[in-house]
Design a protein. Structure first.
Length: 188
């Protein structure tokens, strides 16, 4: 979109032409659209549209306005899709932000400068990801049967059969044949 048109009833139908891109005080790149003074100077709606002293209309838009408009159109045309996306967001994005704000000191970044704030956010994200990663690490089993069972579930099928044979040998008593295990006699 390279220009806007004034469509207010009773107005002069001014065209706001693209004047260029600027970086505002917060560091965002904006596209500037501006009407000529001759179009708006004698307009009956100038005071409510432009203000008392300004003789032209100016609009600053984000460079990503097309994406915002497309997203807005998608969400307003299909309310079922919008509800679904709200549910997905509440399951995926919101818990992460809540955890970062409440448990990793992200309510306030007490550093000076963008580089230091970036370090703070990266460390918070790192701790969050480590926390998530530690949940997936399996706990070590202490019994031999637990180790055999754990290896069986993770091993491919050819290795699984070898472990089943090893387990059968272990449990059948072949390891105990060389030992003289006699039942205890009651000496009383």
């Amino acid at each position: 979109m390279h220009q806007y048109e004034c469509i207010k009833a009773g107005g002069n139908k001014a065209n706001l032409v693209f004047k260029g891109e600027k970086i505002d005080s917060k560091g965002y790149t904006k596209r500037t659209y501006r009407s000529s003074e001759s179009d708006c100077k004698n307009c009956p709606l100038r005071e409510q549209c432009c203000g008392k002293s300004t003789k032209f209309k100016k609009i600053d838009d984000s460079i990503h306005k097309e994406h915002y408009d497309r997203m807005h159109l998608k969400l307003t045309q299909n309310p079922h899709y919008a509800k679904k996306m709200v549910r997905v967001r509440s399951k995926t994005v919101e818990p992460v932000i809540g955890t970062l704000v409440n448990f990793t000191n992200m309510k306030r970044v007490n550093t000076r400068g963008i580089k230091q704030a970036n370090k703070h956010v990266l460390m918070a994200a790192l701790t969050y990801n480590l926390k998530k990663y530690l949940k997936f690490i399996t706990k070590k089993t202490k019994t031999k049967a637990g180790v055999v069972n754990e290896i069986q579930t993770k091993a491919p099928t050819s290795v699984k059969t070898a472990f089943y044979d090893l387990k059968y040998l272990f449990l059948s008593g072949l390891f105990f044949k060389n030992y003289n295990l006699k039942p205890k006699t009651n000496l009383a």
